[in-house]
Ligand binder design. Structure first.
Ligand code: NI
Length: 252
């Protein structure tokens, strides 16, 4: 069984075709899917899907790009959602310095709030980090975040070593199958087996074979096959260990 640890099934165009998408996922052996929110509405929608489908779980949070738009009501709603039985993680949260849609100071403030909520509730954190390596890691460590995954890992090997040394997980998308992703393949080669998880981040980032199209959970096998290649292992073994890692990390 495979687990897609990061999917946005509540987004267009996935949400309009959910039954067939879930059917294809099932046929490809995807047994569990974590649907991730990026704002109040999409977090509520993630919970709705988790209520409807037994094998869907919800992560709730406010994406760093929108930090400046967040108000007290949004934050109260997120806090309230953590009480839901199928909310199994906080995120996505983090820092995005690639395009500064929100000022850094505000991103940092909101990121810290998510970390504190994770510390209070014991829920793991799904971290979005884009061009913000130093701040992301130092803030997580200073705020004593314990259970952390760097989702869609896309930084250097040197930084990955620091993430693993901090006790944090790394999760990989179909980007590892792209021709230009040599650095990521080096990261995979060195990644400790207990630190790897897989995700699609669908509808974005379709693997090479489907590039340019809409990504969906059934395509996650492409990422697993690439990891197996870099590790010199069987895809079946990578499937088993990434699933065990995700079950342990998210308690699902
Ligand atoms: Ni995402």
């Amino acid at each position: 069984m495979l687990i897609d640890t990061h999917a946005h099934l509540q987004f267009d165009p996935l949400k309009g075709d959910l039954d067939s998408i879930l059917e294809r996922a099932k046929n490809e052996g995807v047994g569990k899917i974590i649907v991730v929110g990026i704002d109040k509405e999409s977090s509520e929608q993630a919970i709705k899907l988790a209520e409807k489908y037994e094998n869907i779980f919800a992560a709730i949070g406010l994406h760093p790009q929108d930090s400046k738009k967040i108000n007290g009501e949004d934050w109260n709603a997120i806090e309230e959602m953590t009480k839901h039985a199928k909310v199994i993680a906080i995120g996505e949260t983090g820092l995005d310095y690639f395009k500064i849609y929100s000022p850094k100071e505000i991103q940092i403030e909101v990121f810290k709030k998510h970390i504190h909520l994770a510390n209070q509730t014991g829920l793991p954190l799904i971290v979005h980090n884009r061009d913000a390596d130093e701040d992301s890691l130092s803030i997580l460590q200073n705020e004593r975040a314990k259970h952390v995954v760097f989702h869609c890992y896309s930084s250097s090997l040197e930084f990955a070593r620091r993430v693993w040394a901090a006790g944090y997980m790394t999760s990989f998308t179909g980007v590892v199958t792209y021709k230009k992703s040599d650095v990521l393949r080096e990261v995979l080669k060195e990644c400790p087996l207990e630190k790897i998880m897989v995700e699609t981040d669908c509808p974005y980032l379709a693997p090479q074979k489907y590039r340019g199209g809409t990504n969906e959970p059934s395509y996650i096998i492409e990422t697993v096959v690439e990891i197996a290649k870099q590790k010199g292992m069987e895809a079946r073994e990578i499937e088993k260990l990434t699933t065990e890692n995700a079950e342990r990390f998210f308690s699902i």
